[in-house]
Write a protein that binds this ligand. Structure first.
Ligand SMILES: Cc1ncc(C[n+]2csc(CCOP(=O)(O)OP(=O)(O)O)c2C)c(N)n1
Ligand SMILES: [Mg+2]
Length: 671
């Protein structure tokens, strides 16, 4: 047992470093970091199990931070365990530094998740806990049973609506591998917390099935005791509500207390307040970037313990691997990040099917062939057709993670963030489905998945006004344009941040899924139809879908006009082309499942498919902007400019001009 005095000294060391980083950067958040220092220090010096020599060890405990603004606390803690140098701390928020304003996932550095948008970070942790339970059940490797997911949440995260979804999921699934610390400091950015919140948070979490402990979050002994108890809880997630003091140890310019003050949330302590604070905490304001000798010793001792802990755990893993060579090989493959091997010839598509059904056909094969895939739905599995997967497995439930389907309930953002957390954990391939119109509820998570370059699959069905009778609330119009912006936005590796595919018929859906499964470095979005779609003409070379846009079979040489679309509108173009050909018009039809992918092809390919100077006509059930960039000045786009209407979809096709006849008319107008 470590001496409490040393633990307190280490926490003060974190406070000094955090306040000094912000002071040097002239911006950032010192207050929260100073209040949370005691918890994170006890966690890292006594509980978090990892292998200092092998940061990516699959069986490590994981620490998920929700309030990313508390980055100085995390970086300072990671400096104590040697993941950051004191020089790097001094580069907080500077160009090219490993210490950006909010932490960015970097397992080698000990950062499990990118955080900043409050609420998402702790939900990623819940997803990671699901992945750990899944892996324990599906591999039998005892290491996953021993893994604990520690999560750190603050007032902002608790207030975010997603916390209800995250808590519900953790409760219903009985995630007893979760220990969440709530840094309850009664202060937030612009007010005291009591101005906006008078709930009984402990009662709320208890009602959702959590075991709750309430402690002083600045008392190392109480923190230690609470973590012990939380780890021992069986069948439930555990929450430790720690009352903490914002800006603990801070003094103002005049030497009076600067604790529990909103002003320390997001600004440097400043001038003499900084000097007084550092002196008060036992540091040297002239040279505050120091790790005290006793703190160095504390963490050197912990490093030795960790070596022994990791060696013992790895010996257990090795014994399991020897006894289970096939499972061990599978596990290694699952964590390799490589695309799974899939026999696509097993996928049987039905002619003329809706692409959501075509997706179900693929999913049923994936359920059989990709044993580390977890598919989710936000209570729409029989509509979004993720039930193709479900029918081959069963849902995850408390105490039984032998299935592979995650019933998320009606909580799209929660579902998306849980899937992201699974991907962060590693070892599993998450996919999740709902209606395309409700992708709006998921955008913040898609953005984070794209930023973190995680290969989560988003399955969005009911892709257009052809939802029909449900009316405008359920008819996605602008959603495709929105998500395609993520194809234009590049990630930090220069790739399109998201792959967005809207296949034209059943067979093209198989190709789209192939591309999704082979895409291991960004999220993929699949946009699928509710209604049946006529097959593209016989002889169509679907493999070409991988180029983002390609010429559909039956197109004429030297065309007078090029018709282009994605999804079900391609088949409407095919029907329109027949009418045009009767007039002697030579027509090329181009299917564009992904503009982003197309624009990533060599220029000569792009030019060959959509040559400049040839008239072009685009048809989209979304906003015209979906195709305007490809049609350019050479033609026109017929799209939708309103929210849509409630009526049977065939009536809407007529009323809104999504017919062969209107294609004929509109094309004639530009020729
Ligand atoms: C989704 C989201 N909304 C708003 C913000 C801006 N923001 C950052 S911190 C914060 C207040 C957080 O208060 P709390 O979690 O209590 O942190 P503390 O002030 O205690 O450090 C806000 C509103 C954010 N980061 N994410
Ligand atoms: Mg707070």
């Amino acid at each position: 047992m470590n001496d409490i005095k040393v633990l307190n000294h280490a926490a003060d060391n974190i406070r000094i470093l955090a306040a000094s980083m912000v002071e040097k950067a002239k911006s950032g958040h010192p207050g929260g970091a100073m209040g949370g220092a005691d918890f994170i220090n006890v966690l890292y010096s006594e509980y978090l199990n990892y292998d200092p020599a092998d940061p990516a060890w699959v069986g490590r405990d994981r620490f998920f931070l929700d309030p990313g603004h508390m980055a100085p606390m995390l970086y300072s803690q990671l400096a104590l365990i040697g993941k950051f140098s004191l020089d790097e701390l001094q580069q907080l928020r500077q160009w090219g530094s490993p210490t950006p304003g909010h932490p960015e996932a970097d397992i080698q550095r000990g950062i499990e998740n990118t955080s900043g948008p409050l609420g998402q970070g702790h939900t990623f942790g819940i997803g990671a806990a699901i992945a750990a339970k899944f892996l324990a059940a599906h591999t039998g490797n005892p290491t996953f049973e021993k893994e604990t997911i520690y999560i750190y949440i603050s007032d902002g995260g608790v207030q975010e609506e997603i916390s209800q979804g995250a808590a519900r999921i953790a409760g219903i699934l009985g995630l007893d591998n979760v220990v969440m610390f709530y840094d309850s400091n009664d202060i937030q950015l612009s007010t005291e917390t009591k101005v906006v919140m008078n709930e009984d948070t402990a009662a709320k979490y208890r009602a959702l099935g959590w075991e709750v402990f309430e402690i002083c979050g600045n008392d190392a002994a109480q923190i230690r005791e609470a973590i012990e108890k939380a780890k021992a809880v069986k069948g439930k997630p555990a929450l430790i509500i720690g009352k903490t003091i914002m800006g603990k140890g801070a003094l103002k310019e005049d030497g009076s207390s600067y604790e529990a003050n909103c002003k320390t949330h997001g600004a440097p302590l400043g001038g003499n307040a900084f000097v007084n604070t550092i002196n008060h905490l036992g540091g040297n304001p002239e040279n505050p970037f120091v790790i005290f000798d006793d703190v160095k010793e504390l963490y050197a001792r912990r490093a030795e313990e960790l070596k022994a802990i990791a060696a013992k755990r790895k010996a257990e893993e090795a014994a399991w691997a020897t006894a289970n060579p096939e499972k061990a090989a599978a596990q290694a493959e699952w964590f390799s990040g490589k695309a799974p091997k899939i026999d696509w010839t097993k996928v049987q598509q039905k002619s003329g099917d809706a692409t959501r059904n075509a997706s179900a056909a693929v999913l049923s094969v994936l359920a059989e062939q990709v044993p580390n895939m977890i598919c989710a739905s936000a209570d729409l599995s029989n509509s979004d057709k993720t039930d193709g997967f479900l029918k081959k497995t069963h849902a995850l439930k408390a105490g039984d993670f032998s299935g592979a389907f995650f019933q998320a309930g009606v909580a799209e953002l929660t579902m998306a963030c849980c899937c992201i957390g699974m991907a962060l954990h590693g070892g599993v391939i998450p996919a999740c489905g709902t209606f395309f119109v409700f992708s709006d509820y998921m955008k913040p998570a898609v953005r984070m998945a794209a930023l973190m370059e995680l290969p989560v699959k988003f399955i969005w069905t009911h892709d257009a006004f052809r939802v029909g009778e449900d009316g405008p609330t359920h008819e996605p119009v602008e959603q495709e344009a929105q998500i395609r912006l993520m194809e234009k936005l590049k990630n930090h590796h220069g790739k399109n941040s998201t792959l967005v595919l809207r296949p034209a018929d059943a067979e093209e859906t198989t190709e789209a899924w192939r591309l999704a499964m082979e895409n291991t470095c960004t999220p993929t979005a699949l946009i699928l139809s509710r209604q049946n779609i006529a097959d593209l003409p016989a002889g169509n070379d679907y493999k070409q879908a991988e180029r983002g846009a390609y010429i559909v079979a039956g197109s004429d040489e030297n065309p007078d006009v090029i018709l282009l679309a994605s999804g079900s509108e391609v088949s409407t173009l095919v029907a329109g082309a027949e009418l045009l050909r009767k007039d002697g018009v030579k027509v090329r039809i181009v299917s564009v499942p992904s503009e982003g992918l197309f624009r990533s092809q060599p220029k000569d390919y792009q030019q060959a498919i959509l040559p400049a100077g040839v008239k072009k006509f685009g048809l989209t059930a979304g906003l015209p902007v979906n195709l305007e960039g490809l049609v350019g000045a050479d033609g026109s786009v017929w799209g939708l400019q309103s929210f849509g209407f409630s009526a049977p979809y065939k009536v809407l096709d007529e009323k809104l001009g999504f017919t062969a006849e209107n294609v004929y008319k509109q094309v004639k107008a530009i020729l």
